[in-house]
Design a protein around this ligand. Sequence first.
Ligand code: HEC
Length: 159
Amino acid sequence: MSVGTAARAEPPGDPTAVKEVDGKFFDKNGDPTYKVQDDGTVDWYTFSGYRRYHAECHVCHGPNAEGSTYAPALKNSVKNFNYAEFYGIVVSGRENKVAGNDSVMPAFADNKNAMCYIDDLYIYLRARSTEAVGRGRPEKKAAKPATFTEAEAKCMSGN
Ligand code: HEC
């Protein structure tokens, strides 16, 4: 690696779900991933991530994770780095000075509307990265798991 090149994390690898825990899916590395049934029904977390993305991220990153003139297309970004790096960028933010222009990804560490749904966001973006989920709101979704409701209440009320 040459001097000045940012350290790159490993790409996330195969997004195929190999494990399910209470309606949440994981790939072979144990990272959160999506599952779309043959009839197009998406898992609850993909749907939740769709909603959170379009509440917290789309103003800069564009609708459907397709990017804007201001911020990169996250449907492509998540092909390049794994869950841990994604998590790190969202928590801490990032600043990049390009030819005198500041490009700033804000830190979301204190924003529960993002942090309580970080897996959901990653799962939705992964589903967009392979086009397993198309543009717009997924039409059919799995029921909301009870464990999701419990974790959400706990996280939003401050652990
Ligand atoms: C105020 C605008 C803004 C918002 C809101 C925002 N971002 Fe960003 N984000 C940026 C910019 C600008 C960059 C590029 C930063 C750079 O050049 O290093 C970026 C970069 C990123 C990257 C790295 C992408 C790459 O290809 O290297 C990730 C991941 C990311 N944002 C995730 C998110 C998520 C998830 C949300 C919603 C919770 C979000 N961002 C909300 C502006 C924003």
